[in-house]
Design a binder for this molecule. Structure first.
Ligand code: ZN
Length: 305
């Protein structure tokens, strides 16, 4: 079954990865569970954010019925899928670096806390879920399925004070070992161990987004289109969407300008192998296959609805 341009692109993906499917978030129970946990941080998780869980894609609700918008997203997601396929589980660890390093610290502290630490921890998790349920109900009651902006604030306050209380209990019961908490914070926060791998994977992903812009507008070459996109990406890179994976907007912009130059060289037929194969920036692996997959699809389907 390959009814739409999107279905036909997923056929190409299936040839590559063996399996690949797409869903729209409201239709999938697993997506609704993830939305429940994501809601305090990402209220429009279901409505506006598309997510990839290799080898499947879960499109945002608002993309339903808009094949071109789905394809635009999928070309980007397919870069991640290709990297995941290429690197295996190492990709997952690198993409989520450094946050999973905090887990052993957290568990060590809870383990050191003694009985009261465990009771407090269980109470914290329980109340956290109660807060999430309240958010869920408030989202369901609203017209657009999004909890109002202030709805999550009591939950933030609770999480902050709950964490502080847990720290005190673990210091009381575990003595100075409780300062392992700081170790957990170091890895859960984006500093000082930066999410450098995620940043580089996303440079590749957003380079695909620029590549599509190039193919769409090259005949009426429009530098403003690139500039607007690059400014938008720099803000995304520096913001909370990917947990502050880059602090230097200027550096991201320069790197994307370099990628635009690469795309232009490559598309003009110059130095094709050199441009795509060489690891010039040391921050970017230049495997070109997901770009060729997208190019094949765009040549066949165009940009129309
Ligand atoms: Zn991405």
């Amino acid at each position: 079954m390959a009814d739409t341009a999107l279905d036909r692109f997923f056929e190409i993906e299936k040839d590559k990865y063996g399996k690949a499917a797409y869903y729209f978030k409201p239709d999938k129970a697993s997506s609704r569970v993830r939305a429940f946990y994501a809601r305090p941080f990402c209220p429009k998780y279901t409505q506006s954010f598309s997510t990839t869980m290799y080898p499947n894609t879960f499109f945002a609700e608002k993309k339903k019925g808009n094949t071109q918008s789905c394809l635009e997203t999928e070309y980007h997601e397919n870069v991640h899928k290709w990297d995941r396929w290429h690197e295996g589980f190492a990709f997952v660890l690198k993409y989520a670096w450094p946050h999973w390093m905090g887990l052993p610290f957290l568990l060590a502290v809870v383990a050191l806390s003694g009985m009261w630490g465990w009771i407090a921890f269980a109470a914290f998790i329980g109340l956290l879920h109660l807060g999430l349920v309240i958010l869920e109900v408030s989202a369901r009651r609203s017209k657009d399925g999004v909890a109002s902006g202030g709805a999550a604030v009591p939950l933030y306050v609770f999480m902050l004070f709950g964490l502080i209380a847990l720290v005190f209990i673990s210091i009381r019961d575990g003595g100075y070992w409780a300062f392992l908490w700081l170790g957990a914070l170091l890895f859960f926060s984006p500093w000082p161990f930066k999410p450098i791998f995620r940043r580089n994977y996303e440079i590749r992903g957003y380079t695909m987004s620029l590549y599509r812009i190039w193919l769409k507008y090259k005949d009426v070459f429009d530098a403003e289109k690139f500039k607007a996109a690059i400014d938008e990406y720099a803000d995304i890179f520096a913001g909370p969407s990917y947990l502050f994976m880059e602090t230097n907007r200027k550096r991201v912009r320069q790197e994307f300008l370099f990628q635009v130059a690469r795309i232009q060289f490559s598309e003009a037929g110059f130095l094709e192998r050199w441009v795509w194969k060489a690891d010039i920036t040391k921050s970017l692996r230049a495997e070109a296959e997901p770009f060729r997959m997208a190019k094949f699809s765009i040549d066949r389907e165009g940009f129309g609805g």
